[in-house]
Design a protein around this ligand. Structure first.
Ligand SMILES: Cc1ncc(COP(=O)(O)O)c(C=O)c1O
Length: 398
């Protein structure tokens, strides 16, 4: 099919939950994507913080080939090596004692919610089933995750939502203290909010949430679906805060584009979960887990993480010195950066496409830069040089 036919067929056959730009991506290489007309784009989106190693990374290709030739899927009913090898890597390099695998970020949040309720029932009474979440949060689109996602536009068409979720203001510890209660089983927070506009939590806020959870016998859940696995220059974003959760949700970059989620828990949480409590047909699939082991080995190497820090600082510094009146603020850590604009981001994203850059927003007026972690400084220079012109498209205040 030619690109026009593909775009036309998409309109006809696909449920229209996404608005896509008018080109068809065909292949990728490193940090570049190419469309069907061989137009090259430098990718500052990475499948929304997924393709940490970019496209055609040799370690990913090798792992894919190796495992595809051996075994792809046999169900969780049976033992296979890759899921244990991946779990061991995640546990030995985190606060966690055990891992539950699933297929996406939202599923990882659902698992965390179920585990928190199961844990609370095992130790307290039935009333302890509520969750505290925060303004600006995004945890996914399934019913539980959606209930903890602070976006009316996403919630209202699907009401009634799962009851029992209270929201406090992000980075407002007093508000959290006022809203947590003895019926709270878990507090769910992104150490760096992604969809909410790339907003890092304040260190005192996360430390304060830890203390509140301990005081109220609630679990602290970190949603690192977007900010986890090297994105911010440390393996886990919360390492920079020196605060550990009881549960951590992971997904996006784990297998560089193959679907996977993981819910990491302490032994105390795992103790409350029993055979049959939760399950998923595709989860812990041998192919996905083998690729994820390869991704983990590359990303967790100290030199690789140091490189993410350096390139992230370089990007932040360049953006902070950008001479563009449309930039109101620049924030983030590592290669998770938000450029707060004075108006809508959409026209700048459109200008990006026309100038060979793949860009994405986070909310209406934030340009979100989450490139493959293998990006180099010359790719960053190319974007930063182009940005003043791209941002000229930003006009009106939102
Ligand atoms: C922080 C966070 N949590 C959860 C999710 C949901 O992940 P998924 O789209 O894989 O269900 C996302 C997706 O953007 C996310 O950014």
């Amino acid at each position: 099919m030619n690109p026009q036919a593909i775009i036309k067929a998409e309109k006809k056959y696909i449920v229209q939950t996404y608005k896509r730009p008018p080109f068809v991506l065909e292949r990728g290489d490193g940090v570049y994507l190419y469309d069907t007309k061989s137009q090259r784009y430098t990718d500052f989106v990475a499948g929304i913080a997924v393709n940490a190693l970019g496209y055609n990374h040799p370690a990913v290709l090798q792992a894919l080939r190796e495992q595809a030739e051996k075994l792809v899927h046999v169900s969780n009913l049976y033992h296979t090596a890759p899921h244990v090898e991946l779990a061991q890597r995640l546990v030995e390099n985190s606060f966690a004692d055990r891992v539950y695998f699933c297929n996406s970020g939202a599923e990882s949040i659902e698992s965390a919610m179920k585990f928190a309720r199961r844990w609370a029932r095992a130790h307290f009474d039935d009333d302890k089933h509520e969750f505290l979440a925060f303004s600006g949060s995004f945890h996914g689109r399934t019913m539980g995750a959606l209930a903890a996602t602070d976006r009316l536009k996403y919630q209202e068409p699907f009401e009634p939502l799962m009851p029992g979720v209270t929201f406090a203001d992000f980075n407002d510890l007093e508000d959290a203290a006022a809203k947590i209660s003895d019926t709270t089983c878990a507090v769910i927070v992104e150490p760096i909010q992604g969809e909410g506009g790339v907003r890092p939590a304040d260190p005192e806020f996360l430390a304060g949430l830890r203390a509140l959870c301990d005081e109220r016998n609630a679990l602290l859940v970190f949603d690192e679906v977007q900010c986890g696995l090297g994105r911010t220059g440390t393996l886990w974003a919360h390492e920079a805060y020196d605060v550990t959760p009881d549960i951590m949700c992971l997904a996006k970059p784990l297998a560089n584009g193959l679907p996977i989620g993981a819910t990491l828990v302490t032994e105390g949480v795992a103790d409350a979960i029993h055979v049959g409590d939760h399950a998923s047909t595709f989860a812990a699939n041998a192919l996905v887990c083998h690729v994820a082991c390869a991704v983990f080995d590359v990303v967790s190497a100290p030199d690789f993480l140091a490189g993410v820090c350096e390139k992230g600082d370089y990007l932040l510094d360049a953006l902070q010195n950008l001479d563009a009146p449309q930039v109101a603020d620049v924030r983030g850590r590592g290669l998770m950066v938000g450029v707060q604009l004075t108006g809508e981001a959409a026209p700048a994203i459109q200008a990006g496409y026309e100038n060979g850059f793949i860009l994405v927003n986070a909310g209406p007026d934030v340009l979100r830069l989450v490139p493959p972690l293998i990006i180099e400084t010359d790719h960053i220079d190319a974007l930063v040089d182009a940005l003043p012109e791209l941002l000229e498209a930003v006009e009106e205040a939102v």
